[in-house]
Design a protein around this ligand. Structure first.
Ligand code: XMP
Length: 516
């Protein structure tokens, strides 16, 4: 990353921290997120710092401690929400607790435009979400904008310290991007050269440094992440890369064949396809718990990988290429936050075998700092077809985590039939591309119905369709009237073992996208 300008975001626990990073990356500047207590010495290569918002208060013991040197290092700093209050607190300003919090849309009056508000109106719509506020700005700081009588933005221009009480990173602050651009370009002086092309070039350089002329193995799934990871390595000028596709018996209807075809069409002629369905299904017999399912699958993947490497005459020190994303790490409890909670263990992240490999430097994960949409941009730059780029994400553990309860072959078949019809209808109706991810799942519940004159007692399926930017948060998709009814009718009529179809209207959070 050395030749690129870097903005470092200190994570104070805000749910928007990732969003700040993504906004800045879309401005073609590389951003990294680090834990709040990362010392200045570890991030001295930064052209600018951002202190994120967070749920605590500068007066609480839970306030995320940070290295105070960061604010006197001469590098420009932007504090957002709690980050602004932290700046005020460090330089002797006064932060008022609670009482007049603001939540939602608000309008700020810009009193001094300067570089940070250049190109903006004298009144701007912004998004507020705070309890505490800066009541008295520190000496040498100037209030730049006011909202409802409180300091909505301040700055010490000499020391290049800026604070926003509002959130410029959310889409409800319509000109927030411009404000962030002003900070990172006009104030921090960042070059906007973090383009997909540069990223590809730099990543390949890092890959060359990591594995040199070693041969390596890439397990490709047909999804965009593993494919982009493979192409990045295959084009890096390293030793031979062996692409392998594993059928784990948990794929969707016709998927194994379709993926093989697609990859060959992309010119991946040396693809090795192996079928381990039986082994996966045998090992999942009687397993109901979601985390145990994930662990069993993760460990089996590793075993398969080792077996296949052996077959190719490659030893255990052969580097393995994975398309793990930043989001996979966060959800698996390996996020940047020191207190990151494990929500679910993504199959390619958490198992002890994977961890061991990672520690030994034998995992090549070129996408580990990226979000899904970053990967899609890079995939486009690499010339992948649109259809592959915009394919909905499909989890490594496959249909196993889309059926509550046991993973039995019969249930897999039922789910395949329902899911296939759902997705086919979405494509025919032109809705597939409007949805970030859609799938059918089995709820593990059976319900009573009447078919002809007979009592029926069948599986209840659920349809999920969400819009999202990166899978970290998601909203249920709003179907046009009548569509769900038609799809549900088709499934119940054509899939004999499904008696009822529900639609999942729960956003993430509090739900996750997958059922398990
Ligand atoms: P959740 O269910 O955590 O899903 O809201 C967020 C996104 O991640 C995908 N997902 C996975 N992908 N291995 C993967 O490769 C996994 O173990 C895994 N679990 C969830 C999920 O499909 C969604 O896109």
């Amino acid at each position: 990353m050395a030749s690129t300008d870097i903005i470092t975001i200190f994570d104070f626990g805000s749910q928007y921290t990732q969003l700040i990073a993504r906004r800045i990356r879309r401005l073609n500047v590389y951003t990294r997120i680090v834990p709040h207590d990362t010392p200045l010495s570890e991030v001295e290569d930064s052209k600018g710092f951002i202190l994120s918002g967070g749920p605590s208060s500068v007066y609480e013991t839970s306030f995320p401690r940070y290295d105070p040197e960061i604010l006197i290092s001469g590098v420009p700093v932007l504090g957002i929400c709690l980050g602004m209050q932290a700046i005020a607190n460090q330089f002797g300003g006064r932060v008022r607790k609670g009482s007049i919090g603001e939540y939602g849309s608000s309008t700020v009056d810009i009193q001094y435009s300067g570089r940070i508000f250049e190109g903006l109106e004298s009144q701007e719509k912004v998004w507020m979400s705070h309890g505490d506020s800066v009541e008295e700005v520190p000496a040498n700081f100037k209030v730049l904008a006011i909202s409802d009588g409180i300091a909505a933005a301040f700055a010490d221009r000499e020391r290049q310290l800026y604070g926003f009480q509002f959130h410029p990173e959310v889409s409800h602050t319509p000109h927030g991007n411009k404000m962030l651009e002003n900070f990172i370009v006009a104030i921090c002086g960042c070059r906007q050269d973090w383009t997909p092309a540069n990223y590809i070039q730099e990543t390949r350089e890092r890959i060359r440094q990591q594995i040199g002329s070693s041969r390596s193995v890439a397990f490709v799934s047909g999804g965009v992440d593993s494919l982009v990871a493979y192409i990045l390595v295959a084009g890096a000028g390293v030793g031979r890369v062996y692409p392998i596709f594993v059928n784990n018996g948990l794929l969707r209807k016709g998927e194994a064949h379709e993926v093989e075809e697609r990859l060959r069409q992309l010119g991946i002629n040396d693809l090795v396809c192996v079928d381990y369905s039986q082994m996966f299904l045998d090992s999942l017999k009687g397993v109901n718990d979601p985390e145990v399912k994930r662990q069993v699958i993760g460990d089996l993947f590793m075993r398969v990988q080792e077996d296949e490497m052996q077959k190719l005459g490659l030893d255990e020190n052969t580097p393995l290429i994975q398309g793990s994303l930043y989001t996979d790490f966060i959800e698996s409890g390996f996020g940047v936050g020191k207190v990151a909670q494990r929500i679910k263990t993504h199959h390619n992240i958490g198992s002890p075998l994977v961890q061991r490999r990672r520690e030994q430097g034998l995992l090549v994960e070129p996408l580990r700092e990226l979000f899904k949409d970053d990967v899609r941009y890079i995939g486009l730059e690499l010339g992948l077809p649109e259809e592959t780029i915009w394919r909905h994400p499909f989890p490594g553990p496959g249909l196993a985590i889309r059926m509550v309860g046991e993973v039995a072959p019969r249930r897999l078949d039922i789910l395949r039939e329902a899911d296939w019809r759902y997705i086919e209808d979405l494509k025919n109706l032109g809705l597939y591309s409007q949805i970030w991810q859609a799938f059918a799942a089995l709820t593990g519940v059976r319900s009573v119905g009447v078919m002809g004159d007979n009592r029926a007692y069948k599986e209840v399926a659920v349809l999920r369709a969400v819009t999202s930017e990166d899978g970290m948060t998601a909203e249920p998709f709003n179907f046009p009237q009548g569509v769900l009814q038609r799809i549900s009718e088709r499934i119940v009529n054509e899939v004999p073992d499904i008696g009822r179809v529900f639609y999942d209207t729960t956003p993430k959070p509090p739900a996750t996208i997958e059922l398990e």
